[in-house]
Design a protein around this ligand. Structure first.
Ligand SMILES: Cc1cc2nc3c(=O)[nH]c(=O)nc-3n(C[C@H](O)[C@H](O)[C@H](O)COP(=O)(O)OP(=O)(O)OC[C@H]3O[C@@H](n4cnc5c(N)ncnc54)[C@H](O)[C@@H]3O)c2cc1C
Length: 401
């Protein structure tokens, strides 16, 4: 599957490795953010708009076709990987829809393992840790295929995105080496636990508490999380807590350290994915499982390490949903119920047309943005490799003299 790592020419790295893998394998998420900021700084300084007219000038600036990534630019390898994902969904997952919606979690786990065998869980994990380290366009395109069953996509997406990426970006070398290969294969299932009954968007209001044990070897976690995807069967959780009720940070917690799942939440369309509370009653977490960059204000970095294909996956779910809505509303136009009310019928038809137009716009926006993100990451990777070549030359000179 390494062949899939190849990207369009204009965004391939000199070393031939995908840009994203070069970046995410960087040991420090903070360093990555600093570099991204440095990359965007000149652009920001040049183009800070001084008036509304200037702010809108992007819409009048000519853009050539090769500067814009579209769905049609997907490479043969990316399309092939997408087809593998789609085949997997059609042949292995969709036929088991009934059991998945009956919350047969061992089956969901089995399907995640199969997805791992097909490399579908490795897309965003660096090569050094058993992943493919692919670009964001590839990641979104694979996610789009998985999205044909939203419940399974919820389980798989929570595993590959919020369940895995905090370790990719903020884990230390030991944590990455222990967890990423197992998450890549699907032998371990991941989850992310931030939300509490009293804090959702307002993450810093979390009440889960971590206290260092008297001998300094463990943090003791107490509190309760809610609405955790994969909560009923995940093996490893990124759990947010405040050390001594102050420093907000995250811990990598294995289930057998004492995590207990609450009951399954009943849902509507996503009822084939697991959503539970997590009860943390004196959960003993070795100090080495604390994520880096802890401390006040760190939650922004831990939650949103970079423009995430997860967002685009959600956009893809919406795109598919909009497509279904559009088709449904057009179909309904022909039913006798609506036919009796001409105005309603016309409204339905218009909604169908608008829906289809909107989904095309959304699709174009997603792929264009991802193409831009991949290009930006590529530029950072090149700066990084030039920098390391310079460092190497400097070191060599120092050794020779
Ligand atoms: C099916 C499902 C799965 C989930 N899976 C997970 C998971 O795996 N892990 C996890 O941690 N959580 C999970 N969640 C929780 C989800 O991420 C939360 O719902 C989310 O964090 C929002 O929190 P809330 O519902 O408490 O909304 P609130 O925080 O109460 O926000 C409600 C609304 O108010 C707005 N708002 C909030 N603060 C402000 C403000 N200061 N100014 C203006 N507007 C504001 C918000 O944007 C939102 O629109 C899941 C939820 C669901 C439904």
């Amino acid at each position: 599957m390494a062949a899939v790592a190849s990207r369009r020419d204009r965004v391939s790295t000199r070393s031939g490795r995908p840009a994203a893998s070069l970046i995410v394998s960087n040991d420090s998420g903070l360093a990555l953010q600093t570099k991204l900021r440095a990359y965007f700084k000149p652009w920001r300084q040049q183009s800070r708009p001084s008036s509304k007219a200037e702010a809108a000038s992007f819409s009048a600036t000519p853009v050539t076709a090769d500067q814009v990534f579209t769905r049609e630019d997907l490479s043969g390898a990316q399309q092939m990987f997408g087809r593998i994902a789609e085949d997997f969904m059609r042949t292995e997952v969709l036929p088991r829809e009934k059991d998945i919606y009956a919350r047969d979690w061992p089956l969901t786990r089995e399907l995640l393992l199969q997805a791992g065998e097909l490399d579908l869980l490795r897309v965003d994990i660096p090569e050094a840790y058993g992943g493919l380290g692919l670009d964001k366009v590839s990641s979104a395109y694979v996610g789009e295929q998985i999205g044909i069953m939203p419940s399974f996509a919820g389980s798989l997406g929570a595993h590959t995105a919020i369940g895995t990426l905090p370790i990719v970006y903020f884990g230390n070398a030991d944590q990455k080496a222990r967890y990423l290969p197992l998450l890549a294969s699907g032998e371990m299932v991941g989850a992310f636990a931030l939300t509490e009954s009293g804090s959702g968007s307002d993450a810093l209001a979390a009440r889960t508490r971590a206290t260092l044990s008297a001998d300094g070897t463990h943090y003791i976690l107490n509190g309760q999380k809610m609405w955790i995807t994969n909560g009923g069967f995940a093996d490893v959780f990124t759990i947010f807590a405040k050390v001594d009720g102050e420093q907000f940070t995250a811990f990598i917690v294995e289930r057998d350290m004492g995590v207990v799942s609450g009951r399954e939440e009943p849902k509507l369309g996503l009822d084939g994915s697991s959503t539970t509370a997590l009860i943390l009653d004196n959960v003993q977490v070795p100090v080495g499982k604390r994520a880096r960059h802890g401390g006040p204000g760190s939650q922004g970095r831990l939650q949103h390490p970079e423009p995430r294909p997860a967002q685009t996956r959600h956009a893809q779910h919406r795109r598919r949903k909009a497509g279904i809505n559009a088709r449904y509303s057009l179909r309904r136009r022909t039913t006798p119920v609506w036919a009796s009310d001409r105005r309603l019928r016309d409204d339905q038809a218009k909604a169908g047309r608008d829906g289809r137009a909107l989904l095309c716009v959304g699709d174009a926006m997603v792929y264009r943005t991802l193409g831009d993100v991949d290009q930006a990451l590529e530029a950072v990777a090149e700066t990084e490799s030039e920098q390391s070549a310079q460092d190497h030359r400097r070191l060599r000179r120092r050794m020779l003299h």
